[in-house]
Design a protein around this ligand. Sequence first.
Ligand SMILES: [Zn+2]
Length: 214
Amino acid sequence: MLLCHISGGLDSAVALAQTVKSGMPTMGVHFYLGTDEHIIAASAIADHYSVNLETIDLTAFWDLLRDDKNKFRVHGYRSIIDQISLAYAEKIGATHIVSGEMDWEYGNGDLDKQFGKLMGKNTLEAYREIMEKQTALYNEMYKTDIWFAYPLIHLTKASTVKLGQELNVPFELTHSCQYADPHCGTCIFCKARKWAFKEAGVVDKTEYADVHSN
Ligand SMILES: [Zn+2]
């Protein structure tokens, strides 16, 4: 069994498409942070691939920790959801936790660029190295066999879009903006989404509120 993070965004949708293509039984998990657009998108993507989706509600935690409504950075956020994923993976008997992370992150605490700099390598590689050590220890202690997989780790967001197109990922179901529905068009998530489609030469059918921001 593979456990696939489904955030509702396009990266995790591509990772899910690739995972499902492998033919291994797959289950999805969504971490709900209070933004309905993302859970709606995650559910639609899971339905599209006929994958069961478990939702873990982190809204109380998220509201407690962040400084204001529009701030994304929560200290160690990535580690927190990965630790929960490990526990959940053990419960459902999953051997791998598939994550669509790639190395262009924008400050989710431990995936901040500074993290990689301090480790002397690319941020996600550095993070993966630490997680691998930790999961190896957990596996030995708990007699489990659970590992993290980052199939997009060496791709840019544009090459992820290209791969998604090859896999017929329904991008129209995905949601990247953290602020609005439809996409605001101006936040870093929307800008990255726009850039990726443009760079990949794939038609971007996303409806942006700020239509002049291209
Ligand atoms: Zn936006």
